[in-house]
Design a protein around this ligand. Structure first.
Ligand code: F6R
Length: 369
């Protein structure tokens, strides 16, 4: 089934595969678009960072937070909320990210950041966020429109790294990105649609986990990649899914596996491994597999990160996971791109309470001042 390209193209009517295949080039384009961004001098030296967004536009913030963990001396949080945390102030740099530019939670958080005189940088392809940013002179990374937000992850994540380098908070980000892109190009050859199942780890993995609810287990900085994979199973494969991460999951989720097999056998586990795991962590993961997962889960599947840098490792697994989720969609006979229920939900919400219009009025007033 996964090698029948004609039939797959019929199911993938909006070309998710071809967007995925352009991921490395989109990363290159994201670097270029961000490098030309002009930032005010006062943006240098922020004390705190908030990444504001929802769903596919927020996950880049989680990747960024995990990547920065041992690199930057300032705290980074991701806010998926209508309001920002109480601590935000004029020393806080806020990245307002919405692919469509019309997500009400993000626009509401944006207004909050404006009122608190935060330093704001927007990343968007369109919509009100673009419009508000223009009215208020907020520096904006303008990214191409026409993709599913989650498929634009390159444009929603890479700019954060480049901006941090531009602001002097970190160094060598560009080098690390370029190195990761080279690896992604090599991985693409292995997992793309035209590579047959026997040689294609993403296709093989999709066949393995078909018919189960996948739980993705990350570890440390791969927590965000596990979350990304879970969301891709939700939105691309139209499947329930969950995620957790080591070592934390040994203190709670692990106990859930003691439950009756009638439940546990509905799940498969995908473990995200790092070849350079510290020994105490490797030990923990190996023992968890032996002690309980192998016995109680329907399938235990391991995916190993590639590359020598943290970023390469994160993006290699993310890329395999993205393809895997789309192959799973094909195995289920569903079009990976549309997310009808999200679209419908947004419309229904808007009919009842039109938050965006009131935000729009306030922004207009603020822009006049
Ligand atoms: C759709 C998707 C969603 C959106 C989310 C927020 O592909 O991934 O999770 O990202 O509904 O919308 P945007 O990204 O337009 O702010």
């Amino acid at each position: 089934m996964l090698d029948n390209i004609q039939q797959i193209k019929k199911i993938d009517s909006q070309n998710m595969f071809s967007v995925l295949e352009k991921f490395p080039e989109h990363c290159e384009d994201a670097i270029k678009r961000t490098e030309s961004l002009i930032l005010p001098e006062r943006f240098r030296g922020p004390e705190k960072i908030v990444v504001l967004g929802m769903g596919g536009s927020a996950i880049g913030g989680d990747l960024f937070r995990n990547w920065l963990y041992d690199k930057a001396e300032i705290p980074v949080i991701v806010s998926r909320e209508y309001i920002l945390p109480k601590f935000v102030d004029k020393e806080t740099l806020v990245f307002a990210i919405s692919y469509s530019g019309n997500t009400e939670e993000t626009l509401s958080g944006f207004l909050y950041a404006v009122k608190k005189s935060c330093m704001i940088i927007s990343i968007t392809s369109n919509g009100r966020l673009q419009d508000f940013s223009r009215q208020l002179g907020v520096p904006t990374v303008e990214i191409p429109s026409g993709m599913a937000p989650r498929a634009a992850i390159s444009y929603l994540f890479i700019p954060l790294l480049i901006i941090f380098e531009k602001l002097g908070v970190i160094s060598n980000a560009r080098e690390e990105i370029i190195d990761a892109i080279e690896l992604l190009k090599r991985i693409r050859e292995e997992i793309r649609l035209s590579t047959p199942t026997e040689e294609n780890i993403a296709k093989k993995s999709a066949m393995e986990i078909k018919g189960t609810v996948p739980l993705v287990y990350g570890q440390r900085y791969l927590e965000s990649v596990a979350k990304r994979m879970k969301c891709q199973f939700n939105e691309n494969s139209k499947s329930l899914s969950g995620y957790d991460f080591f070592p934390e999951l040994n203190h709670n989720e692990t106990v859930g596996w003691e439950g009756p097999e009638i439940f546990t056998k509905m799940f498969s586990v995908i473990l995200l491994r790092d070849p350079d795991e510290p020994p105490e962590l490797k030990n923990r993961i190996d023992i968890t597999i032996k002690l309980i997962l192998e016995k109680k889960a329907k399938k235990v599947h391991q995916l190993t990160a590639r590359g020598s840098t943290k970023l390469a490792k994160m993006l290699s697994l993310l890329y395999i996971g993205d393809f895997l989720s789309v192959y799973l969609a094909i195995l289920y006979g569903v079009d990976p791109t549309p997310v009808k229920i999200i679209t419908r939900l947004k419309k229904e919400l808007e009919k009842k309470i039109d938050i965006v219009s009131s935000i729009e009025k306030e922004i207009r007033e603020l822009a006049k001042k």
